[in-house]
Design a protein around this ligand. Structure first.
Ligand code: TRP
Length: 341
């Protein structure tokens, strides 16, 4: 069975944007592929090495987010990156197969430095894509479902994998190379949910998110404060539906509402016969249909912290076996397997 690997840095609660862009897809993919979901705690060190005290709780919350939306540890492997030393070992090896200028050119480096107000990148931050390559190649993933902002990292991973195969598998047929060349699986534009403030992307740092774990009251407050059509002043003026965040959300969660009702609201909005408040109230209703069961599952798992611990331990043990196998192969191919017969 083909393998996928994707995951998240444990930096806070997941929101509706994560669901639409990624989690929803993962729930489907875990049925079709052998799925690995990495909790990339080592990657958080690249921008916040001083925040390690928060990691345990962030990891716990991340797993709760996963389980509450239906990621199922019986179908997939959820694991903690830092508890697999082979990841770090592989990253050291792979770091020699990519140049510094190649990493300096990464568009994500510029973005992260701007957002985190970093003047000069650390060695670790520059190496972020190398560590990610180690994650991906460690489990020999065939497919890597990521947002389009991560596409450049998968491209570097492919280059590194090809370079490894070329250097250490010269002349071997493709099927006998150590690393399969992974492919990115990137959602289309519908995969990006705008923020509640109308900005192009829902993002924690912009403070425009609705979290999967938000209470009913929080959801209501956030929706009622959402940006709509900025050109429309009164509810009796014709308004714009396309690109209007309230309608983008209604479309994204249409399966939890009534498609006819959504079409009707759109028509009346274009005509100028429905106000923002009525549309927003309906959006609250639709989001509640979606979020209520998620909250209930989360509450169940919150009562069982030992279960979360077990899921992580078992997942990490399973992923580590893969890691050890891959590292054995890597050392053999490189002829640095001195003490094995
Ligand atoms: N860099 C990814 C992100 O910020 C997280 C991540 C780490 C990842 N390792 C990975 C994603 C491996 C896919 C595969 O979203």
């Amino acid at each position: 069975m083909k393998r996928i690997l994707t995951g998240d840095r444990p930096t806070g609660r997941l929101h509706l944007g994560h669901y639409v862009g990624s989690l929803k897809n993962r729930i489907r993919l875990q049925d079709e592929y052998e799925a690995f979901f990495i909790i990339a705690d080592l990657h958080t060190l690249t921008t916040r090495p001083e925040k390690t005290g928060e990691l345990k709780d962030s990891i716990h919350q991340l797993v709760l987010d996963y389980l509450s939306v239906g990621i199922d540890p019986a179908k997939c492997t959820i694991y903690i990156q830092s508890q697999i030393p082979e990841v770090a070992e592989l990253a050291v090896i792979l770091g020699n197969l990519v140049t510094v200028p190649r990493l300096e050119k990464m568009p994500t480096l510029k973005d992260v430095m701007r957002d985190a107000q970093i003047q000069t990148p650390s060695y670790g931050l520059l190496g972020y894509p190398v560590l990610q390559s180690a994650d991906i190649l460690m489990v020999k993933a065939n497919l890597v479902p990521v947002g389009k902002d991560q596409a450049s990292h998968i491209e570097v991973t492919r280059e590194i994998a090809r370079e490894f195969n070329r250097l250490y598998g010269e002349g071997l047929p493709a099927g006998r190379q150590v690393f399969p060349i992974p492919e990115a699986l990137i959602p289309g534009d519908i995969g990006t949910l705008p923020g509640t403030d109308g900005k192009a992307k829902m993002s924690k740092s912009l403070g425009n998110v609705i979290n999967l774990s938000d209470s009913k009251e929080e959801v209501k407050k956030k929706v009622m404060g959402m940006f709509t059509d900025p050109k429309r002043v009164h509810g009796d003026e014709p308004g714009e539906v396309e690109g209007n965040p309230v309608f983008v959300y209604l479309d994204a969660f249409a399966e939890h509402g009534d498609p006819k009702k959504i079409e009707d609201l759109k028509r009346r909005y274009r005509e100028g016969t429905v106000g923002d408040v009525e549309v927003k109230e309906y959006l609250v209703e639709v989001l509640e249909k979606f979020l209520e069961p998620i909250r209930a599952i989360r509450a169940e798992f919150e009562k069982k912290p030992e279960l979360i611990e077990t899921i992580l331990k078992e997942g990490t043990a399973r992923a580590r076996l893969e890691a050890q196998q891959t590292l054995d192969e890597v050392r053999r191919a490189m002829k640095i397997d001195y003490f094995s017969q």
